[in-house]
Design a protein around this ligand. Structure first.
Ligand code: PRE
Length: 267
């Protein structure tokens, strides 16, 4: 029978018990703080009148929060765990403010499911569709739901086409993950699409649908379908004012804007 030498030593047993007391204290404090966060969210709902508009998601605020977490992080706890825990917390509190579903193609595929759960936690209801187009149509009909498009390979169809239509109700609003590269997390990076009412006007990157090669400097390819691409470019509002004539300018002014990003996905 194996002997537990740590417990056999009474001094060591005492030390272990004291350390476990500290862990219990920390857990109780974290739990208290999470419940307090919930109370503040209740007040935020009243201040934002979120339920009236139905859309609580604030991508710019989320990027700020996660970057601040990363900047002060150190020690044994992996940053991927921090990102995962905060995605769960933020996802839950977004849901608590105004309920929404997450539409996606292939939600039942294990890899896609991991991606969705990592990005949106377990409080989101996932809705499976046969194509991104169907997912977009369902989110548009709801007015409040989100679409997650895993960036896990080139597709046959440029699914972003409906987003380029004038007055499109859905646009690209964020890309995930934000801190730890998707490959390290073992999930696919993803684009999140949401209602055109979601505040992203001050996001530095424009997302453009282009029908051209995408290797120009400063262009970040997001996904491809045949010779069509979806790219991000840090225009920060300057694109419209920049000098005409450059290949980049021509590429982007002939492109259709389909959303904005506060940060590129960590690939
Ligand atoms: O700051 C807000 O506006 C919130 O709704 C709070 C909160 C959060 O839980 O911290 C939730 C959802 C938003 O996407 C961003 C942050």
């Amino acid at each position: 029978m194996p002997t537990n030498t740590a417990l056999a030593d009474p001094q060591n047993a005492e030390e272990l018990a004291a350390l476990r007391d500290q862990i219990d204290e920390i857990d109780a404090e974290m739990h208290r703080l999470l419940m307090r966060r919930g109370e503040v969210i209740d007040r935020l709902v009243a201040a934002k009148r979120t339920q009236a508009s139905g859309v609580a998601f604030r991508p710019g605020r989320e990027v700020d929060m996660l970057r601040r977490l990363a900047s002060r992080h150190s020690g044994t706890l992996p940053l991927s765990t921090v990102e995962h825990v905060w995605r769960e917390i933020i996802g839950t509190f977004t849901q608590a403010q105004a309920s929404f579903k997450v539409h996606t193609p292939n939600a039942t595929r294990p890899g896609t499911r991991d991606t969705l759960r990592f990005h949106f936690g377990f409080s989101a209801e996932l809705v499976d569709h046969g194509s991104v187009g169907e997912a977009i149509a369902a989110a548009a009909a709801s007015g409040t739901d989100l679409v997650v498009v895993p960036l896990d390979g080139d597709g046959a169809e440029p699914w972003w086409r409906p987003l380029a239509e004038p007055g499109a109700p859905i646009k690209v609003v964020t890309a995930l993950p934000l801190l730890v590269p998707a490959g390290e997390l073992g999930v696919a990076p993803a684009l999140v699409l949401g209602s055109s009412g979601i505040e992203i006007d001050d996001a530095p990157f424009g997302v453009y649908a282009v029908a051209a090669p995408t290797d120009a400097a400063g262009i970040h390819p997001l996904c491809r379908a045949g010779d069509r691409s979806l790219v991000a470019y840090e225009d920060a509002g300057a694109l419209r004012d920049s000098a005409t004539g450059s290949a980049l300018h021509d590429l982007l002014t002939n492109a259709a804007p389909v959303g904005r990003l506060y940060a590129l996905p960590k690939l």
